[in-house]
Structures are given as C-alpha cells and as structure tokens.
Write a protein that binds this ligand. Structure first.
Ligand code: MN
Length: 193
C-alpha cells in the first residue's frame, strides 16, 4: 500500500543516476515535516508532511511565509518516500528535478483539525482540501493551513500561516537562506560538489 503510493515518484526517476532515496525506511513517533529549497530550472520550495508512511508534497514557488497576511500558491506533487526528509544534494542534469536541494527547515507537526472534539485523520483533511497543522520547526513555528481552492475554473492550493495576535513581518527566506542540517546555502553546496 505504502509502496503503491510511491509508484509515480519512482516512474519519474532513474535510481542508477539520481542520489535521491528509493524507499521509506525511517518512520517516527511524532510526524515530521520538511521544507526543501530546490534550485531547479525554477527556484521553488517543496513542502512535505509525513502522513501514513509517505511524504505528502506540494511545490511552493514563492516559498513559505511567517507573515499570516501572505498566502502562497502550492501545487500538489507526487508522494515522496519518508527518507526524502533529510535529502540534500545535487540531482544530476537530465534527471527529473535536476538541480540542488537543501533542507531549508524541518521539525515535527501536530494535526489541528478536529470535528466534534475528535481529531480528523490527516489523510481525510487532505482529501477534503482543508488541512491545518502546528509546525514546530527551526524557522517555521505556529499554526499553518493548506487549503484547496479554485478560481476561474482552475484549482490550486494556498499555503499560509493562520491569523495570530502579532504579525511577524520578517522575510524569513532572505534572513535565513541556509540549510538547517548543514548550515550551507544552495550556492555553497553547489560549489563543493
Ligand atoms: Mn522540487
């Protein structure tokens, strides 16, 4: 079942060439999230939530914000293996997603979605297109939402921090460009490889 979810992921990749992980071996008691900064043809950030043995994934072109007034477009992408959570490196030219990846932020999360006092399973909230969770990362902390929405017949998701008392106006992407694992920026990692 978990393996089936990774079919799309595997079809896109040649594991003789890419350093990306093939499978999910690592699981954890507390579910985790990761934001990977991915300098591919277009720079973007990949937001992933550990749900039921895989990483549910969205590409966020403009990256996450700590300012609740900033809603960011998020495009769903294929489920990734849980082992992808600490993947950093260079995907070689000619491969799917070719470019450089760093772990921009990671940590655990808590599902915030309840109905009549009961937690709604994450899978269900994703199916419903209304996901709410509390991130405990190094850079991203607080309640966030991913909402499926449509405009002019086009469907997409929005990723944003939920409203809070004090607005945080920092530009976290510029202030903290580095990996939380290696401390390196995308450019520093590229120079080394
Ligand atoms: Mn990507």
């Amino acid at each position: 079942m978990m393996e089936d979810k990774l079919t799309k992921y595997r079809e896109k990749r040649d594991f003789n060439v890419t350093p990306e992980p093939y499978t999910s071996k690592k699981t954890s008691k507390k579910p985790r999230f990761v934001v990977q900064k991915h300098k591919a043809r277009n720079l973007h950030y990949d937001f992933r939530l550990e749900v039921d043995g895989v990483l549910k994934s969205w590409a966020v072109p403009k990256g996450p914000s700590v300012d609740y007034t900033q809603k960011r477009l998020a495009i769903p992408t294929e489920d990734h293996p849980v082992d992808y959570i600490d993947f950093e490196g260079i995907i070689p030219e000619g491969n799917y997603g070719a470019g450089t990846v760093i772990v921009w932020d990671t940590g655990t999360y808590r599902n915030l979605k309840e109905k009549e006092g009961q937690e709604v399973p994450m899978e269900k909230t994703i199916e419903d297109g209304h996901v709410e969770f509390y991130l405990e990362g190094e850079k991203l902390k607080g309640a966030y939402a991913l909402i499926h929405t449509g405009r002019e017949g086009r469907k997409f998701w929005l990723f944003f921090k939920m409203k809070e008392l004090n607005r945080d106006t920092r530009d976290i992407l510029t202030e903290r460009p580095e990996s939380v694992l290696s401390g390196k920026t995308v450019e520093e990692l590229e120079k080394e490889m």
